[in-house]
Write a protein that binds this ligand. Structure first.
Ligand code: NDP
Length: 337
């Protein structure tokens, strides 16, 4: 087994010695266990939170990764050996297999069997995966999105954001204004159905965002970024409008969050609700079923939904770090070769 362990939990930027590649003997597969060969790894901004130094575990929504542990990551793997009745050899399964090439785990560690959509064997990590359920839960349960709403989506070209755009436009029929970094991403978000998309890396972008909205501002916001993007969004969210705070990637490495416009919350009676996808609970499979229907109907596009990066085990940390410099469109997936 070759695996990346957390060598030094980071407080700020990722350093050369944050992770360490180790080679170990795999434990024997005991009764009730399976041996999995990891094929495709999900890259998630949340992993940065799980490895943060000096966390208060009482305040974390999932247990922090401990120094010396394999870095936690959701992945699709193939069952190579099974000593369980639940999973057969050759089956592909989703679980928290981590930054490793092989894993031995109890059969109960499997979250679900991978869904093999034609031409999209990694759909369980993208259009039918956690990020898509996040989009679903945030839009319907947190924002109660309606056709008459104008919605801002930040991080609109990312894994969660690109699905939010498509559900809000192609399923609900709301007016959708995306925010993304760079011309290519802006064009792509529009091709997914957004009425407009603003490049936050361009000078004067905040004025363009305001111009793209009705005079009174946006009714709803699906916010993935935090920092300066959120700070400008405060000023264009309408009175009594609602912001679903899904993530704050701009600050995950400890960068300054600059929320100088936060008094807008009081002045304009804004509602901000943070949420975590696990709050959807037992309705997770219901969401996946509905998402699968929208994929079949072409309301959520399969083409282009993922940035697949064929990589060796050695490259796993570098590929993950692409998230924080915007080097992905849709879901960033590491395909182990
Ligand atoms: P993405 O696919 O959106 O990848 C990250 C993107 O964020 C980048 O491509 C980049 O897009 C943008 N970005 C990175 N750094 C910055 C920065 N400093 N300022 C502005 N934008 C930046 O990742 P996900 O879709 O997986 O996640 C999106 C957000 O949703 C994250 O904040 C994540 O933590 C959160 N999340 C929350 C969940 C929950 O349950 N609450 C579940 C899943 C995700 P660009 O090039 O456009 O800048």
């Amino acid at each position: 087994q070759r695996a990346w362990i957390l060598a030094n939990p980071p407080a700020g930027a990722i350093q050369k010695d944050t992770f360490e590649l180790v080679t170990r003997d795999l434990p024997e597969v005991k009764d009730g266990e399976i041996l999995v060969q990891v094929e495709s790894l999900s890259n998630d901004p949340a992993q940065r939170g799980w490895i943060q130094k000096d966390q208060d575990p009482e305040r974390a929504y999932s247990p922090p990764v401990q120094k010396g542990d394999i870095v936690r990551a959701t992945a699709i793997g193939k069952v190579l050996k099974s000593r369980s009745d639940k999973w057969k050899e050759g089956q592909r399964v989703v679980g928290s297999w981590g930054w490793t090439d092989y894993a031995v785990a109890p059969a109960s560690a499997v979250q679900f069997a991978a869904i093999d959509l034609p031409g999209k064997p990694t759909a369980s990590l993208s259009v039918l995966g956690m990020v898509a359920v996040t989009a679903y839960h945030g839009l319907f349960d947190v924002l109660d999105i309606k056709p008459e709403h104008t919605l801002i989506v930040s991080g609109a070209a990312g894994a969660v954001g690109s699905i939010v755009v498509q559900i809000a436009k192609n399923v609900v029929g709301a007016k959708v204004v995306g925010i993304a970094g760079g011309k290519d991403k802006v064009e792509w978000v529009k091709s997914l159905g957004a009425d407009d998309c603003i490049d936050y890396k361009e000078e004067g972008w905040a004025a363009k965002l305001k111009a793209a909205l009705p005079k009174e501002g946006a009714d709803r916001v699906f916010e993935n970024v935090g920092g300066n993007v959120l700070n400008e969004i405060f000023k264009v969210t309408r009175r009594f409008g609602k912001i679903a705070q899904c993530g704050m990637i701009a600050g995950y490495h400890g960068a300054d969050q600059n929320l100088s416009n936060i008094s807008e919350i009081v002045k304009n009676r804004l509602v901000i609700q943070g949420f975590i996808v696990i709050d959807i609970g037992a309705r997770w499979p219901v969401a996946v079923k509905e998402l699968a229907g929208w994929v079949t109907e072409g309301k959520i596009k399969l083409d282009d939904a993922e940035t697949l990066v064929p990589s060796k085990v050695e490259d796993i940390p570098q590929v993950w770090q692409r998230l924080f410099v915007g080097q992905n469109r849709g879901k960033l997936i590491t395909q182990l070769v």
